[in-house]
Design a binder for this molecule. Sequence first.
Ligand code: ZN
Length: 182
Amino acid sequence: MYGSIRFEEKFSKPENRIRLILDFESGRMVVYNAPIVEVDFLENIEDRLSKELGIDPLRNWDEEKLFNMLIENRDRVIGEVLLDQSVFAGVGNILRNEILFRSGIRPDRRISDIPEKKLKLLIRITKRLCEEFLDSKLKGRGIKRLLMVYNRKYCGRCEGKISYYRDEFTGRKTFFCPNCQS
Ligand SMILES: [Zn+2]
């Protein structure tokens, strides 16, 4: 969910952020900031993505399949599995933190220790939040107002102090509220 695609003649962002320019007769397409840019026929890309990637909230959503995948990964830690693109496709680090917060689950909890009901809640929240993030971005409002825990000192719900550390499994910034998540 990084980067942006714009149809424009004059660059609206600094040139060092440009990753791809395609000139068509009808106009120019510019891709900014994307970490990976692939150009191929749609069916080739879809075919490959369906083999490499897991369940994408915006593409091939399937709650039951995702739940079964979580159970298959029951010996792993939820904060790590949320970033595993072969399980949750399209979930980045900010979303990971916010999904765990809204589900009331600590990032370092082993999946086998999380009640089934809470796992199902996490699955539903994943889809809802991905859509909210996208919607907010598309409307040009950014995502900052949606952040309850990420990059915050105090919890967006209970106002308690947020704990922060670098995840030992993923090396990513991890925030959680000791009051709201268990
Ligand atoms: Zn809290």
